[in-house]
Design a protein around this ligand. Structure first.
Ligand code: ATP
Ligand code: MG
Length: 236
C-alpha cells in the first residue's frame, strides 16, 4: 500500500531520516518503534506531506505522492492521529465527531455514523460532555474517531497509547484490530511493547533515522542488537 525509496530528511546539519526504504503491506498492522529522537514522528510527517523530503520518493496506492500536498494525500485515503491533540475542547465529543464527518455525509447519514462511532469507541456515556474535560484515554479514542471518519485506507497513529493505563492501552489495541478487520491498514508508532505484541503483524525499528531492524515482534525482541540500542534509554 505504501513504499518509500531512499527517503532522506535533513534539518540543517541534522540527518533525521536516513535512506529509509520501507514497505507497508495492505491489510496489515505495522508498528514502528525506536528510541526517543529516532525520527519516528518526522517519518510520519514526511508520509503525510507536512515535511518535504530532502530526497527520495513516497508511493501510496501505486502512485508517486512525493510532491502532493497533505490534503491531496488525505483525499487519496491517508489519515493520521498525531502525538499532539487536535480536538475542539469546548465542544462535546459528539459535536467533534459531527465536525469531522460533516463535509463527507448528508445529515441523515451523518447522525447514523456519529452514533456508530460513539458506540464503537465507547464514548456513548460521555457524548454530551465537553471534549476538553474528558479523561486522557477518552480524548485519544475521540481523536481516533475523527481520524477514521474519512474511512481512510491507511491510518497513521503516532503513539496512540501514550499516557494510557494498561486497560486503556489494551482497549486501544482492540479498537485498532477491529479497524484492521474492517479493512484498514494501520501504521503505528508505539513505545508500549505489550501493545505492539497485541496488534502488530510486523515491526520496524528506527534508530538514528535508519531502519535498523524489521520482523515479527518475536524476532525483534529476540534481537540482541535491538536490545542494545534501548539500553539506558528512557521512553517517557
Ligand atoms: P519521540 O519518541 O520522542 O517522539 P521521534 O522518534 O518521534 O521521538 P522526531 O520527533 O522525529 O523523533 O525527531 C527526530 C530528531 O529530529 C530529533 O533530534 C529532533 O530534535 C529533530 N527534529 C525534529 N523536527 C525538527 C525540526 N522541525 N527542525 C529541526 N530538528 C527537528
Ligand atoms: Mg515522536
Amino acid at each position: 500500500l505504501l513504499q518509500t525509496h531512499n527517503l532522506n530528511k535533513h534539518f540543517g546539519g541534522l540527518h533525521v531520516t536516513a535512506d529509509v526504504s520501507f514497505s507497508l503491506e495492505p491489510g496489515k498492522i505495522h508498528c514502528l518503534i525506536g528510541p526517543n529522537g529516532a525520527g519516528k514522528s518526522t517519518f510520519f510527517r514526511l508520509l503525510l506531506g507536512e515535511h518535504q523530503p530532502s530526497s527520495g520518493t513516497i508511493v501510496f496506492d501505486g502512485q508517486d505522492i512525493t510532491r502532493l500536498k497533505s490534503f491531496q494525500r488525505i483525499n487519496r485515503g491517508m489519515s493520521v492521529k498525531f502525538q499532539v491533540p487536535g480536538i475542539f475542547g469546548a465542544l462535546s465529543a459528539q459535536q467533534n465527531l459531527q465536525i469531522a464527518l460533516q463535509h463527507r455525509l448528508d445529515s441523515l447519514d451523518l447522525n447514523a455514523e456519529v452514533e456508530r462511532l460513539l458506540d464503537f469507541l465507547q464514548l456513548r456515556e460521555v457524548a454530551d460532555q465537553q471534549a476538553g474535560n474528558l479523561s486522557h484515554g477518552l480524548k485519544q479514542w475521540l481523536e481516533i474517531g475523527m481520524a477514521i471518519s474519512l474511512k481512510p485506507k491507511l491510518l497513521l497513529l503516532d503513539e496512540p497509547t501514550a499516557g494510557m493505563s494498561p486497560e486503556e492501552t489494551f482497549m486501544t489495541g482492540e479498537i485498532v484490530k477491529q479497524l484492521n478487520a474492517q479493512g484498514m491498514t494501520v501504521l503505528a508508532v508505539e513505545h508500549d511493547m505489550a501493545f505492539v505484541r497485541q496488534v502488530a503483524d510486523r515491526v520496524s525499528v528506527l534508530h538514528f533515522g535508519r531502519i535498523f531492524a524489521e520482523g515479527t515482534i518475536d524476532e525483534i525482541v529476540a534481537d540482541e542488537r535491538v536490545a542494545a540500542i534501548y539500553l539506558g534509554q528512557s521512553h517517557d
